[in-house]
Design a protein around this ligand. Structure first.
Ligand SMILES: *Cc1c(COP(=O)(O)O)cnc(C)c1O
Length: 372
């Protein structure tokens, strides 16, 4: 590409999707504006029906964010002060924050470096008489190993809440994530695989009681307006966001498939680059992130050199949750989470990402890592 200035490659480009859907989005937004109803209402109900059908789950409850879906999900499952919830230290802060917000204690268990998710072999040792739930995260869009988690939960009478914020549409043994445990929490933050154009989230469950509680909790703890039965939240999904999500939902499988193609292509382009561990394109993985491990302490240098060449990358996440001051576990508590925090690098990925951009990322990576 001599002689022309390359455009910066972002970590994610949402503009092609907006272009593709422009007319449908405008029609949906106009419909809501003309309806005069902006919070909950028929648009949200229609989205809840459609998304429940897509996921194959009985109840879908639109809320304000993925974080709220986790908080409301935990409370609807009966988790509260004094309870312990087993989760991964390698996630976005909201995963543990939600546990703390309901007054429970997050108990971390190390991850499997191959999947970046909870290592199911380590969970049993973390169960105490206070343990009430397991909160697995399907990180980067890769489903956590649910069978052993569900077996343990059943054996010990624990609830399972899935954090599906990064894994909309991902499947585990043919079933959509979020429908495997007692409840699932999704985020519609704009960068997620199914993103709104603002904040939004979803709680799903097959359990009628959990659904009833979840619906109450998102609306100030009331079933009927002004007859509040418990202290809840103001956490309702907007009609505008629901209408936008209804336009995007029918496309999400195509986009997730395209993300897998981008991942496969990266794996081919990067196969011979030394000092990298590439992610497995495993069954049901929807590649919210395409995340490599950069070995030999070179991650930060590689990230900087890609940046100089106009390639954006991100580190999800530089500090494992247990090492954040709020939790303050000592160094060495969870060696894999701590090591991967120094090695992971997420490369640009979005469904419409072109081969030329990918080839450039791979070429720069190869150049940086081959040089002594
Ligand atoms: C994005 C995210 C959340 C929080 O979702 P918000 O909609 O931003 O509140 C929770 N957990 C994980 C793993 C996430 O990636």
């Amino acid at each position: 590409m001599e002689g022309r200035v390359r455009e910066r490659i972002p970590i994610l480009d949402l503009t092609p999707e907006v272009e593709e859907l422009w007319d449908d989005l405008m029609a949906a937004i106009t419909r809501v504006l003309r309806s005069g109803q902006f919070i909950l209402g028929p648009e949200v109900e229609a989205f809840e029906r459609e998304v429940a059908e897509y996921l194959g789950v009985k109840h879908a409850i639109g809320v304000n964010s993925g974080t709220d879906a986790l908080v409301i999900g935990l409370r609807a499952l009966g988790i509260g002060p004094g309870d312990e919830v087993i989760t991964t230290p390698f996630s976005f802060f909201a995963t543990a924050e939600a546990i703390s917000l309901v007054g429970a204690t997050p108990v971390f268990v190390d991850i499997d470096p191959k999947t970046f998710n909870l290592n199911p072999d380590l969970i049993a040792a973390a169960i105490t008489p206070r343990t009430k739930a397991i909160l697995p995260v399907h990180l980067y869009g890769r489903p956590a190993e649910m069978d052993p988690i569900l077996d343990l939960a059943e054996a010990h009478g624990l609830k399972v809440l899935e954090d599906c914020a990064q894994a909309f549409g991902a499947t585990y043994r043919g079933k959509k994530v979020g429908t495997l445990g007692h409840a699932g929490a999704f985020s519609f933050f704009p960068s997620k695989n199914l993103g709104a154009y603002g904040d939004g989230g979803l709680l799903v469950t097959n359990d009628d009681e959990v659904a009833t509680l979840g619906r109450m909790l998102r609306a100030h703890g009331s079933k009927r307006k002004y007859y509040n039965e418990t202290v809840g939240y103001n956490s309702r999904l907007d009609a505008l966001q629901a209408a936008i999500l209804r336009v995007k939902l029918p496309r999400v499988d195509t986009w997730n498939q395209a993300r897998r193609q981008v991942a496969l292509r990266y794996n081919e382009l990067l196969a011979d680059v030394p000092g990298l561990v590439l992610p497995e394109v495993s069954e049901g993985h929807v590649f919210h992130q395409y995340t490599v491990r950069v070995l030999n302490g070179k991650r930060d240098e590689v990230q900087q050199r890609l940046d100089v060449q106009g390639i954006s990358t991100l580190v999800y996440y530089p500090v494992p949750l247990h090492r954040l001051p709020v939790y303050g576990y000592p160094s060495g508590s969870f060696p894999w989470a701590e090591r991967l925090a120094t090695e992971v690098l997420s490369l640009p990925i979005w469904p419409q990402m072109g081969l030329e951009a990918q080839a450039w990322v791979a070429q720069v990576l190869a150049r940086v890592l081959k040089k002594k």
